[in-house]
Ligand binder design. Structure first.
Ligand code: AMP
Length: 538
């Protein structure tokens, strides 16, 4: 029985070394090659001084090399931190500072990111760089501890590892409401529990050809990668440049003969909007799974009507509870666009609790806050006991002090059918294009701009790809004139594209409620009523 994530690959490599494991464009890695290459990298990382529990940043775009790297890092007893290569340097720097990696793995497509990181004194000194490409380093900018050529010359024999299942496998950084991304620590055991359940429930096997659409810093990708390896199946990496092109994606599913597609719903809605799916399209596809946000019923109906032979499953769960905690396989195409699709029932080993403010169970039909208990719960936030304590509480129904529940911040109810229904958020976390975003992180970045007196960021629902539109209401400092375009440009230097507001409104002062707080509801209405931008005074 597998107890560490990398062992799935080793098992497949022993039994079926020539079976295809990873595919991207014309590149293809067999299980044997994946095993050998990850052994080589593990060896080099150890030689570079990596020890059990050290962090290694994965600053590589999705590619076969990135997958080899994930495994090599685990085999070196280390923890990988996947970095969003498209994120601006200051945000990545916060993650790297917090993670304190021993090594940063980078390549040509992340060279300028790396340049920016290394110019920061604190980072430049502590971490060494490994250059994961055979192409020569541009100039003499970095002095890597080793490069891909060295890795390829290393011995392919297995390395001994000492990790145990409770050790962290990776840290996934998500948006933090106070302006600093928070690192969710995920153990080997967390992922293995989910994958083992999913393998049984979905009947995954060696004949499967799985999509890998979400980027590697999203927790959904963990299921793509390790679900595939657990099943001895093929992982088909969706090239990032296709990932937002509806027609190209449909063609990718056809050409790769995928049996499973897994992504955030906003992408599926986008494909539905462009009507890129034919009736009985994708003849090999057996399962379509989504997670991360509500899949609007009209778009779900579009997909189900076109693909009557495919099984559609809604997976629900936050990163803090590892990939997904509950599931609902939609039995038939809903007849009504307004039909609510439940988040269903807990996956094996998980429990969903709908509680009131005093942590008492609410009656069926009543709205409460959703808590999760079970095998997927992260040990907590990286080096942040305060946030960990605030979100991971003692289970009030248990006398075991180690029994914890995670406060999701989601509102939910248990329906008459006994299934759980997601009803929205209790706070200002949103999803936009599938990205988890704390509006507070955007506000913190805006508040750091000297041209603004005050600002509030709110979200309004849309019917488009974004799902939710981020809107910024701002008051310039007296005698300062600043345009939305200028603000956006400045903000783009510190936040990734998905976090940039798409609507802006200037105010003389922001509306406040009786408590003196910004009246966010009034602001939402103001934005909802204004199609275009966007200079306004009160
Ligand atoms: P993340 O950590 O990025 O996976 O985001 C977790 C949050 O996404 C949850 O707390 C929910 O608010 C939302 N979410 C995840 N899955 C679903 C789903 N199937 N339906 C509705 N919302 C979801």
């Amino acid at each position: 029985m597998t107890s560490l994530l990398q062992q799935w690959v080793t098992e497949q490599a022993e039994r079926r070394p020539d079976a295809t494991a990873v595919v991207m464009h014309d590149a293809r890695l067999t299980y044997g090659q994946l095993e050998a290459a990850s052994n080589q990298l593990a060896r080099m990382l150890k030689a570079a001084g990596c020890e059990r529990g050290d962090r290694v940043c994965l600053a590589l775009p999705k590619s076969p090399v990135a997958i080899v790297s994930m495994l090599g890092i685990l085999k070196a007893d280390c923890i990988y931190i996947p970095i969003d290569p498209s994120s601006p340097v200051p945000r990545v720097a916060k993650i790297v500072q917090s993670g304190e990696p021993r090594v940063i793995l980078a390549g040509p497509r992340t060279a300028s990111l790396l340049d920016g990181l290394l110019s920061d004194e604190r980072l430049g000194k502590s971490a060494s760089v490994a250059w994961m490409d055979t192409e020569r380093l541009p100039g003499e900018r970095f002095n890597p501890a080793f490069s891909l050529g060295d890795v390829q010359r290393a011995s392919t024999s297995p390395v001994n590892y000492r990790n145990s299942p409770g050790d962290p496998a990776h840290i996934l950084f998500t948006s933090g409401s106070t302006g600093t991304p928070k690192g969710v620590v995920i153990s080997h055991a967390n992922v293995i529990h989910f994958v083992n359940w999913a393998r049984r429930y979905f009947g995954l096997g060696p004949a499967d050809r799985m999509s890998s659409h979400p980027p590697l810093h999203f927790d959904l990708s963990t299921f793509d990668v390790f679900g595939t390896f657990a099943a001895g199946a093929q992982l088909h990496l969706v090239p990032p440049d296709l990932s937002l092109l509806p027609n190209a994606l449909a063609e990718f599913i056809r050409a790769s003969e995928l049996t499973q597609w897994f992504s955030v719903p906003s992408l599926l809605s986008y494909m539905a909007k462009f009507d890129v799916v034919e009736f009985n399209d994708f003849p090999t596809l057996r399962r379509l799974l989504w997670c991360g946000e509500v899949f609007p019923t009209p778009a779900l109906r579009y997909w189900m009507a076109r693909l009557p032979n495919v099984t559609f499953t809604n997976l629900y769960g936050p990163t803090e509870a590892t990939i997904a905690s509950s599931y609902y396989t939609v039995p038939r195409c809903p007849e009504d666009d307004r039909a609510a699709i439940p988040i269903g029932t807990p996956c094996e080993g998980e429990e969903l609790l709908v509680l009131d403010e005093a942590l008492r169970r609410v009656s069926p039909g009543e709205v409460g806050e959703l808590y999760i208990r079970g095998v997927g719960l992260s040990p907590g936030y990286w080096r942040d006991p305060e946030k960990t304590q605030a979100a991971f509480l003692h289970n009030p129904f248990s006398s075991d002090p180690a029994d914890r529940i995670y406060r999701t911040g989601d509102l939910a109810k248990i329906g008459d059918d006994g299934l759980v229904y997601f009803l929205g958020r209790a706070d200002s976390q949103i999803k936009s294009r599938g990205y988890r975003i704390e509006l507070g992180e955007i506000e913190t970045a805006l508040n750091a701009m000297s041209c603004l007196q005050e600002c509030a960021v709110v979200a309004i629902p849309t019917h488009g790809f974004e799902g939710t539109m981020i809107c910024c209401a701002y008051v310039p400092r007296p005698a300062v004139s600043v345009t939305p375009a200028e603000l956006r440009r400045e903000l783009a230097k510190v936040l990734p594209a998905a976090m940039l507001p798409s609507r802006w409104m200037a105010f003389e002062r922001l509306p406040r409620n009786a408590n003196g707080k910004f009246d966010r509801r009034q602001l939402q209405e103001a934005f909802a009523n204004h199609e275009t931008v966007i200079a306004r005074t009160t």
